[in-house]
Design a protein around this ligand. Sequence first.
Ligand code: GAR
Length: 200
Amino acid sequence: MSSQAVTPVRVAVLISGTGSNMAALIDAAQQTDSGYEVALVLSNIEGAGGLAVAAAKGVATATAPHRPFGKDREAHERAVDAVLRDAGIEVVALAGYMRVLTSWLVGGWRGRMLNIHPSLLPLYPGLDTHARAIAAGDAEAGCTVHLVTEGVDEGPILGQARVAIVAGDTPEALAERVKTAEHELYPRMLAAFCRDLERG
Ligand code: GAR
């Protein structure tokens, strides 16, 4: 084992809202020798709550609104991508980034873009995952960290965490417990991924 310090992998976290997973990713990087640093937090939503949280933690933030691009998803992604490349980003972590990506952005970051999804994929891709798990009578729910491919909430699974569904559970209560599991799982998976990353 070499004792030489390895430069942390430069990660961008993409958010659309609260950014609680993003905050967990930053905290883990700042508190432990995780092998990555959150070098940028980018949102497609101006004023997204998570941007102020990231700034308060000393992380650079950027906004790339999608609205000016109308239905042209790829044009918006080109604007996002330019910000990522300018910042020297090596790995992208989607954390509640509520945009369906085109094959252009997915292809450009293939093998270097992760997502967290609040279900035990392949169960319940898309929205309303907790309500669907409860309605199905499932005994457990959870979350998945996976590599991003062209299909929505598809792609090779890097890890999952399981949470019991209890009698009388509501989607809100379950979401809260799954979020706690997400905040533990995502930093651990991202750190492991970055440790194994082949850097050019
Ligand atoms: C998280 O539960 C995440 O798994 C989910 O959005 C939430 C974002 O919360 N992502 C998806 O549904 C993606 N398909 P956060 O902003 O507090 O991290």
